[in-house]
Write a protein that binds this ligand. Sequence first.
Ligand code: ADE
Length: 254
Amino acid sequence: MRVDVVTIFPAMVQQALSAGIVGRAIERKTLNVVVHDLRDFTTDKHRVVDDVPYGGGPGRVLTPEPLFRALDAIEALDEGRPMVLLTSPQGTRLTQPVVERLGRQPRLVLLCGRYEGVDERVLSRVDEEVSIGDYVLSGGELPALVIIDAVARMVPGVVGDEQSVAEDSFGRGLLDFPHYTRPAEVTSQATGHVLKVPDVLVSGNHAEIRRWRKREALARTLARRPELLDHAELDAEEQTLLRALLAGRTGGTT
Ligand code: ADE
């Protein structure tokens, strides 16, 4: 997959892309991310990318021409027409199904919005506006990084363990089960209580462990995000476990 990012803070985006799973995928060329400085597409001496809004009001708006020039240049850089996204609080809310849909695109362009907004005429070149949640950030750089991270995980070979992607929280519309690692017992400094790993996880009984994890994931989802259960894909065992949870017969530690 190729992703082109257009931003007025290229160093910020580039820096964040160098770490972790995404950084490794870029290094290994499983993922190709190219960051463009919007100011490189200006034609004036001061490399101005914004102006005051028509009609008055506070703040500044990103002007259309540098963004149009950036899109023209980026489209010519590789084969196939890319899907063009604009980060915006007005956009489609980013959810795992949206991430999966974007992950099937061979080419994405992410335009990072800024200031009070982007000239509306830019939308004539945008396929979809994407919001990462119902809150306002000062710019589209963090949303673009969130989109890239989530979408990159869908690209085969980016996450080493495909099983881990398949079992991800939200992969099937459920919250994740609790995780534990060594040591099997820790003493809380604050209370002096001994905190133990659930016995089932050290039992070596893999069928029981799998069942326990399913039950915990369901119990958590039921307690914290019950609306997710309306659309979750549950196998027969999970449906039975959920019925038992709903009937109050089986407790989970949520
Ligand atoms: N730009 C500012 N806030 C945003 C948000 N919540 N999502 C995407 N882009 C944004």
